[in-house]
Design a protein around this ligand. Structure first.
Ligand code: ADP
Length: 198
């Protein structure tokens, strides 16, 4: 299986690129951010809990997102692999993902990290907020807080995957098409190098 973790700070363009990648490689796209926003839109109990945290720029509890992913992985389907977008976001989530995939006799193939400057991240999120209607995109203090939470809780996953030789930094500044090409070439060259592993 080809299981990709698309990684990077908020505003790095994970959602945009995930869309292309899932299409190019025929992967099932799983975005915890999208799944949580669906819960919020449906006004479920989980949605209410998530909304309160997300609008403050906090992470949703590990147990919540892990069970959401667990549910999706349980669904029987024939796919060449999964594209995880916005998950894992903590070391605990990464360990849980490893365990879940192991149950399905699989593993994370590659972690692709979109590299974008902090100033550019803030600009992009703020601009997105003007049209997205996302409460967490409008307020500058919340945006800054999300980046701090990323540095504090999520960035440690870089060494988690680096120590397993799965970490691939990708230039995340440039046009959407350039970045998409970068990602695609990186995956293809990894596939060529490790055909027997992936
Ligand atoms: P972005 O990457 O731009 O922050 P996402 O859609 O990935 O956007 O996530 C939006 C918010 O949803 C996050 O700030 C966080 O509060 C919550 N969230 C998404 N995925 C997770 C996760 N894996 N663990 C905890 N919280 C999450």
């Amino acid at each position: 299986m080809l299981n990709l973790v698309l990684f990077g700070p908020p505003g790095a363009g994970k959602g945009t690129q995930a869309h292309f990648l899932a299409q190019s490689f025929n992967l099932v796209h799983l975005s915890t951010g999208d799944l949580l926003r669906n819960e919020i839109a449906a006004n479920t109990d989980l949605g209410k809990l998530a909304d309160a945290l997300i609008s403050k720029g906090e992470l949703v509890p590990d147990s919540v997102v892990i069970s959401m992913i667990e549910e999706r992985l349980k669904k029987p389907r024939s796919t060449v692999g999964f594209l995880f977008d916005g998950f894992p976001r903590t070391v605990l989530q990464a360990q849980a993902l490893d365990k879940l995939l192991m149950k399905h006799h699989s593993k994370v193939s590659v972690m692709l990290c979109l590299m974008v400057d902090k100033k550019e991240l803030i600009d992009r999120i703020y601009k997105r907020g003007l049209t997205s209607g996302r409460a967490d995109d409008i307020d500058l203090a919340t945006i800054e807080h999300r980046i701090d939470v990323y540095n504090d809780k999520t960035a440690p996953l870089i060494s988690y995957y680096e120590s397993q030789q799965k970490y691939y930094p990708i230039q995340g500044m440039g046009t959407i098409e350039e970045i998409a090409e970068n990602l695609k070439h990186t995956i293809q060259s990894i596939q060529k190098k490790h055909t027997h592993h992936l």
